[in-house]
Design a protein around this ligand. Structure first.
Ligand SMILES: C[S@@+](CC[C@H](N)C(=O)[O-])C[C@H]1O[C@@H](n2cnc3c(N)ncnc32)[C@H](O)[C@@H]1O
Length: 224
């Protein structure tokens, strides 16, 4: 299964910037998440399933010490080639094998394939294992592209808002948001509010445009 997934992404990541990320759009998005999570310059970040390393780079650009891991060797090679000289480190690793011994101020997982599963709302094993890698005062950032208006896609399951809440309900103080990214370009960290999320979800239903489901979990006894 892991090998199939790695082979799948190895093929995709042969294309430079496979997901077509634009720095101007995502820069403010990551800055807002850093701000709202209270991460300070010098904080350590583990980007799990970093792909071609774009988000690891953005954390580094904002003063964090970022390390990206992925099962795709092609992805990691691209990440090293593109961002390695900018102070970001990367390694090929499978988070499921769980052999990372150190903890981080922030574990960042955006679109991690292990969450792309139909039993997402009840199966919290991956989240528990990621939280073990978070320092006692640190934060887990979960981000997952979804389309609130439809669940149809052959390869990507669009989780719903209620499934997101159900998945994280046992983690004390979990904060939930839905973002189009452009909202953070306009409003910065203030996009990460209840009102901003409600407006975005309404817009998503009307326009059928997707965005990121987000949950920020500060480490707590329930999650450790
Ligand atoms: C949809 S991509 C997201 C990539 C990146 N985080 C982003 O937002 O653009 C999913 C990534 O998860 C990686 N992945 C899947 N299973 C993994 C595992 N067990 N350990 C580490 N990375 C994994 C895949 O190789 C792929 O790069």
């Amino acid at each position: 299964m892991g090998q199939d997934k790695a082979a799948h992404y190895d093929l995709q990541y042969q294309k430079e910037n496979y997901f077509g990320y634009r720095e101007w759009l995502y820069d403010r998005y990551i800055a807002g998440l850093i701000d709202v999570s209270g991460l300070n310059p010098g904080a350590t970040v583990l980007d799990v399933g970093c792909g071609q390393g774009f988000f690891s780079y953005l954390f580094s650009k904002h003063g964090m010490v970022a390390h990206g891991i992925d099962i795709s060797e092609v992805g990691i090679r691209a990440a090293q080639r593109t961002y390695g000289h900018r102070g970001v480190s990367f390694s090929v690793a499978d988070i499921a094998s769980n052999n990372l011994l150190r903890q981080f101020d922030c574990v960042f997982a955006r679109g991690l394939s292990l969450y792309n599963r139909p039993d997402f709302s009840d199966n919290i094993e991956v989240t528990k294992s990621l939280l073990r890698l978070v320092k006692p005062t640190g934060v887990l950032m979960f981000l997952y592209y979804s389309n609130c208006s439809s669940k149809r896609s052959d390869s990507w399951r669009y989780h719903s808002w209620s499934e997101l809440q159900s998945h994280f309900r046992q983690f004390q103080g979990a904060r939930f948001y839905f973002s189009f990214k452009i909202d953070t370009f306009l409003f910065g960290r203030y996009a990460f509010t209840k009102l901003g999320t409600q407006i975005n979800m309404l817009m998503s239903k009307v326009t059928r445009k997707g965005g990121d489901l987000i949950c920020l979990v500060n480490k707590s006894p329930a999650g450790s």
